[in-house]
Design a protein. Structure first.
Length: 398
């Protein structure tokens, strides 16, 4: 029953996380588009930056933005905050349930660093807090007034942190953790800066005072940061399905490229929305970045199997390796504690199933070190070389 409840909780949290994320990203992209497309014109109310006419669902909308606040507040205000909060709360709960409590399978790789579950979860959680404190300190320092310099320093920090994570956690855990760090920074921007500053403006208006323009400027700065970080976070959260990204030798460089490609793509759309032309060069950069990721993903596993390929092993030897290292989970009746059914429905407990799944074995155990997860069954380099030789020979069944 405990396993059933855990699976149900994981599925429910993942569903909620995706729904909340869609709502948050959608509203964020919409308001960035709206803000950049506003145009000044004669006749607008005092304090209005510009307006925009839009059509949707058979109706017309007239949108205006006040630089600080209107002279008189409306009776009702819609606050866009719960999407962000729900995204982080569901994501953090999922992080704890899957990666922290299940650290021995998904966060720890003993060939990288031998840690206990408590140690791995503790390091991961502390990194979220420290990274946010560093980011907040940078934004509040004199560097925060220079957006390009701030972006470069932030980029170097995230790449260095990713490199560190790949030498502490499993590849999958490292990618997920750097995504969690960025997501935490983004939600903290909403919770600590954007919404509180908006509330300060409302309180000042109700008290008959003029809101401080700095409150809006700080909120806008953090909103722009969130906008450019969104696409990298989405990639990192989806990457756990692609071991050739996270479980290969240059996984940290793949993240470094993603942290460039995502903002470059956003720059194209932001420029279009603002009427600043169409910087088509951004797509060339994005294409080159994707090509670089593909090339790096083919560089081989994180822990490279060295030496010349041995002679093609007999199928019986391959089956023995799979049986001793994989079949305790990937079977009709798994014997590994906490595994009720073969993960992803992949069974490797018969010769026929091994033959069918040869390409998958190549991807997760030869070209990458994804399987066994965290190398919990201690598959050796020689065994991976044997599988590599078998795959190179066309995965013969005899």
């Amino acid at each position: 029953m405990e396993l059933v409840l855990t699976e149900a909780a994981s599925a429910t949290l993942r569903w909620l996380h995706v729904i909340a994320g869609i709502a948050w990203i959608g509203s964020s992209f919409y308001f960035i588009h709206l803000d950049l497309s506003l145009r000044p014109r004669p006749g607008l109310p005092a304090g209005v930056k510009g307006d925009e006419w839009q059509v949707h669902g058979g109706g017309f909308y007239h949108m205006m933005k006040y630089l600080v606040a209107p002279s008189q507040l409306p009776d009702h205000l819609t606050w866009f905050k719960w999407e962000a909060y729900a995204t982080w709360l569901s994501g953090f709960a999922l992080l704890v349930l899957v990666y922290y409590l299940g650290a021995d399978l998904f966060l720890i790789d003993k060939s990288v660093l031998d840690m206990t579950v408590a140690q791995a979860a503790g390091v991961a959680f502390v990194s979220l807090v420290i990274s946010w404190l560093i980011y907040e300190g940078l934004c509040r320092s004199p560097l925060g007034k220079h957006e390009v310099a701030l972006a470069l320093v932030g980029y170097v920090y995230l790449v260095a942190l990713t490199y560190a994570f790949t030498h502490v956690f499993s590849g999958r855990g490292a990618f997920n953790q750097i995504g969690a760090v960025i997501g935490t920074i983004m939600v903290a921007n909403v919770f600590i800066i954007i919404i509180p500053n908006q509330k300060k403006s409302v309180a000042a208006m109700l008290a008959g005072k003029e809101p401080d323009p700095v409150w809006g400027q700080l909120g806008k700065q953090r909103s722009v940061h969130n906008n450019y970080l969104t696409l990298p976070v989405v990639f990192l959260m989806l990457s756990n399905h692609y071991p050739l990204f996270f479980a290969t030798r240059f996984n940290w460089l793949i993240v470094a490229i993603v942290l460039v490609v995502g903002p470059v793509i956003r720059h194209f759309f932001n420029s279009r929305h603002a009427g600043d032309g169409s910087p088509w060069w951004t797509w060339a950069v994005a294409a080159a970045g994707i090509a670089g990721i593909v090339w790096l993903s083919a560089a081989g596993p994180r822990v490279a199997t060295t030496g010349a390929l041995p002679p093609t092993p007999k199928f019986a030897q391959v089956a023995e390796i799979i049986s001793s290292r994989c079949s305790m989970c990937h079977a009709s009746e798994p014997v590994w504690a906490g595994i009720a059914a073969a993960p992803m429905g992949v069974r490797l407990d018969s010769d026929e199933q091994i033959e069918v799944h040869a390409p998958l074995i190549d991807a997760v155990a030869v070209r990458s070190n994804f399987m066994p997860p965290g190398n919990v069954t201690e598959m050796t380099g020689d065994e991976r070389l044997a599988l590599k030789s078998w795959i190179a020979a066309g995965a013969p069944a005899k």
